[in-house]
Design a protein around this ligand. Sequence first.
Ligand SMILES: Nc1ncnc2c1ncn2[C@@H]1O[C@H](COP(=O)(O)OP(=O)(O)O)[C@@H](O)[C@H]1O
Ligand SMILES: [Mg+2]
Length: 604
Amino acid sequence: MRLKNIFVGIKEDIKQLESVLTTDDKSNGVISICGMGGLGKTTLATKIYNGEAVQRCFKYRAWVCVSQQFQPKTIFRRLLKQLLPNESEEQDKDTLVRKFYQVQRDRKCLLVLDDVWEVDHWNCLRRAFPIAEADSKVLLTTRNQNIASRGYVHNLKCLDEDEGCELLQKIAFPNNYSQDSYTEIKLLEEYGREIVKKCGYLPLPISVIGGTLHHEKASIEWKNVCRNLDSCLENDKGVNQILDLSYNVLPYNLKLCLLYLACFKEDEEIDIEKLYLLWMGRGESLRDVAERYLFELANRCMVEVEIDKLPLYNRFKSCRLHDMIPDFCLSKGKKEGFLETLNVKNTIRLPNYIYKMRHLRYLFLGFLHESVGGEKLKLEGLNEVEMITGFNSLVDDITHLLKLPKLRVFEGRIFYEESLSMIVDHILNHQEQFRDVQLNIDMGVNMDSEDGSTLLKRLVMCHSLHYLSIAYCRVSKLPTYEVQLYQNVIELQLVDTRIEEDAIKILEKLPMLRVLGLRRNPYMGREMWRVEKGAMPNLSNLVIAKCSKLKMIPDGLEFINTLKTLIIIMSEEFVKRVGVVDGEEGEDYHKIKHIPFIDIYYYD
Ligand SMILES: Nc1ncnc2c1ncn2[C@@H]1O[C@H](COP(=O)(O)OP(=O)(O)O)[C@@H](O)[C@H]1O
Ligand SMILES: [Mg+2]
């Protein structure tokens, strides 16, 4: 399986680069790792970034993937966030850049810019780095020789034959193969050498082919692969050809799963939960299937997975794609007529002609989009659309939404009862159609009345509802838990809902709840909250923020052993009780000390 920890070679590269990075020499303020896609630049940079030498030398480090969709502001924001995690987020670009520059002068930082594509991109970014003025350094990886022309350049080389064979073998036969007959092994080795050569000694294609041949001991199969591989000349087209080969031998459903990955960005850390939802929709048994699919794709080296160290719920923690996979999936999907994707997440003003794209299957809208001309965005006639994210009932035509026959994944923000009621009715009447519904109910929906609570009850009857956020709406009471309600709600966020009843009693029972956010007085009245044994059996993330009525961490929280993350933003008093000051544990500390990741802040 393609786990992150199979490495061959690169020891010398690491040594050299570590030495350049940790030597104070201002003429080497920018260090580039250069070479074609799939050569192992990101892998090498990661090793160095996480290595002891660099960690010792640079206390402040930040990593960002620049990639083709170049957005300077996002890049600076991400980098700064890692250097100064407590800094507030909203800032205009100039302030950001100024701060960013300043930090690098004041402190010794290492900034990694992974996969810089264009000279222009680098020219645009470099002004924000005080190169030659500070002890900070920049490590960048690129395919573009012209970017790497200044500063210290490390041209990464291909693997040599032995390293290539070692990699192929480690991936194809993770558990060795020594018990087999001698002649057979010799044959495999022979074909293996041929394959490595045809892969141009590049780690990416070698991994992918190794994955295709996973556990395959019949030399005839090796021979076939070998024959089908036209020599992979040293360009990206060759790598694509190899991806193609591996793609063609995938079983049909794995093909589909893989093509869905076109929705994600290269190098983005993909949330496993999101991925499973996208593939499968609801249902525990289907979840297992999704997990197996991911396992299969990882075995074939089409994705890279990280195993969860606390495998209580998930076998995998996260998953990542190589740079070339999303593009490959997109072009493949188009060719095969599987998918048409429109990703306008970063476009704010949209021309109102999306509805003409009749083959559209996936539509990703940005959080803040609006339509040019102010008319509601038309969606009518998008008969192939299966997935819409970023819908906004103030901007997009909700009546059109209700006419999309294939829509099965929906994420949107709904204002006003009328819209909410329309959408809830629609989903309830088409339960079989919808796989995954994620709703943000926002201002203007009044659930204080009799009608309001009926509406809410109907909403939580939807099987496909996985995520629900209610923010800045009055809710007098949550529907009481019954078997048919809240069946698949995985995440619930309540913000300023001021529920009058005892909300916790209900929340405790939700069978699938994994993430719970309670912010700004989600409920009133109750000062104490006791967690009973067996309550919230799946909870893994909990946020408690500005709940002024809550005086302390609930008793019994220590029973929820599935909890992995706890974030607290509460009064100083509250916070004092949970922290450890000068080795002295606060009186509530024992309730949370079993949680692996805890973040605590207080507010005035
Ligand atoms: N030295 C190596 N040993 C084993 N596998 C490697 C090595 N270098 C790269 N790989 C694998 O090859 C693939 C491509 O590597 P990556 O670093 O993403 O390439 P690049 O950033 O140059 O495009 C990844 O799956 C990675 O795990
Ligand atoms: Mg890379």
